[in-house]
Write a new protein. Sequence first.
Length: 363
Amino acid sequence: MLHIDAINSILSYRLSFFLGNFSSYNIKNNYLKIKIITMTTTDFSTTTPENQKPPKNYKNALIGVLIAAFLILAGFFIVDKNKSASTIQQQQTQIEKGIDEKSDIQKSFDASLVRLDSMTNFNSSLQTKNSSLQSQLSESNQVIAKEKTEIRSILNKKNATAEELSKAKMMIADLNSKISGMEQQIAQLTQQNQSLTQDKAALTQDLATSTAANQDLEKKVDVASTLYASQISITPVKDKGDGREKVTTKAKHVDKLLISFVVDNRIVQPGPLDIYVCIIGPDGNTIIADSTVSSTFTTREEGDKKFTSKVTVSLEAAKQKVVEFGFKPSSHFQQGTYLIQIYNNGFKIGEGTRVLKKSGLFS
């Protein structure tokens, strides 16, 4: 049998080993309690002779105490293992929660950037058209740029703290608020531009209608202001040499044609007006009075046309004007029909004819 002191030494060594590894559970106090109990129940052994054997019930008590101590230690082992597993599980859950929260914040930030880019690209033309809006957006963009940089800095951290992630969420919320404000400003300006565009289109349409109406009115006035000729007279005469003139229809004796007509118009503006007279001979050609001078004018329906004579007259509103002039050709008149056409403002306003006959045998 082992001596009581040896048994206590062995127990102290084993308990000291476990106490070194599980001091957090106050095993040392439990060990002291066990030792005190053991020493109390075995005080008589110090007076027992060396050759005296310890009682049997003492051995059983000692074994029971050792078993109880080992059971307590085993319980501490199990509790510690369970707590460690629970702590690891909690830490893993917190890590996964932090990763998910960071991912959600990143998605929210990406969505904000998409809104900002879409708004900037879509309304770049509006910014250039409105200097006030352009200034406001420029200031907002500077603030937003700083916030974007700080948010990116937080999200790029591998071990961002909960406090930093919370700050990033607040900054993204503020960023979205700024973007919403900018969108409202741009939407308002877009609506104003649309209204202005519609008003401009309406004004343009009104102007076009008004212009067309004015042009139509001007055209009517222009046409209505054209003179008209009446009482057209064509008289062939022969100069007798003493200042007297004799009317004759014989082509051979005609020296000139005296042409007269009356022009008037109720709405014509007072002032000088040009009247073109075309004398077309029997051969169908216009007789040119002076070949050295340009003798062409523009008509509304026939294009450019040659004229024989241009007469400038001065008219007064609502008054008639008698126009008279004489025409001598560069050569003798030929027998046949002569056509006289009168033009004003590009329109033909009157015409008449005169037939010159062939001279007789004794004329």
